[in-house]
Design a protein around this ligand. Structure first.
Ligand SMILES: [Zn+2]
Length: 193
């Protein structure tokens, strides 16, 4: 794992392609780009200028399309293979990001896909965010709950776009969000040493 699958490359971090807000939702002006930016459910994902070149960008958010693919299919964040499953559930490495080690992980929302056993060994040495402190969890249930993204007010409504909105999958606001990360809720969590 020299290039973790879900991380953006530095060349992929150009400015986000602007969206148009219509009465029925957000879209990209270019129809080809709009098609490429939508998933099977019609949800629009953030597209940035740039190409998949350069080293991995460890400090950025995960790459929207690859994060979504790995998260939806429960693929390993590092290698895109199947995530590791054991008697106590699926393997998940979560960076502490300043959280106390005795944090309650049950029910937490995550935007990081699970991992296979090999990548889980390597990742904390490669990734400075995990290397700064992480927990290893086994998770029996990880329900998809929604997306994190930029929520635009419908035309004619006052207000500014909300850059870090968590929009549930059953929300009518879903048509007005430019999604960046698919989010799951971790349940029946066991903290492993
Ligand atoms: Zn892997």
């Amino acid at each position: 794992m020299t290039m973790p699958y879900v991380l953006p490359r530095t060349g992929e971090l150009g400015p986000p392609v602007p969206v148009i807000v219509t009465p029925t939702g957000v879209c990209y002006a270019d129809p080809g780009r709009d098609r490429a930016g939508r998933d099977l459910d019609g949800l629009l994902w953030e597209v940035r200028e740039g190409t998949a070149t350069g080293p991995p960008a460890y400090t950025a958010e995960l790459h929207p399309i690859r994060q979504c693919e790995a998260m939806e299919n429960l693929l390993c964040a590092g290698c895109r293979g199947p995530a590791d499953r054991g008697p106590d559930g699926m393997l998940w490495l979560i960076p502490l990001l300043g959280a106390a080690p005795n944090t309650r992980w049950e029910g937490m929302h995550v935007a990081i896909p699970p991992m296979c056993a090999v990548c889980a060994e390597l990742a904390p040495r490669l990734c400075p965010v995990l290397g700064d402190g992480h927990v290893t969890l086994r998770v029996r249930e990880a329900d998809p709950i929604g997306v994190l993204g930029t929520l635009h007010p419908p035309p004619g409504r006052p207000g500014q776009p909300e850059p870090d909105a968590l929009v549930p999958y059953d929300s009518p606001a879903l048509a007005f969000v430019v999604a960046r990360q698919a989010v799951r809720r971790l349940c029946q969590v066991t903290l492993t040493p």
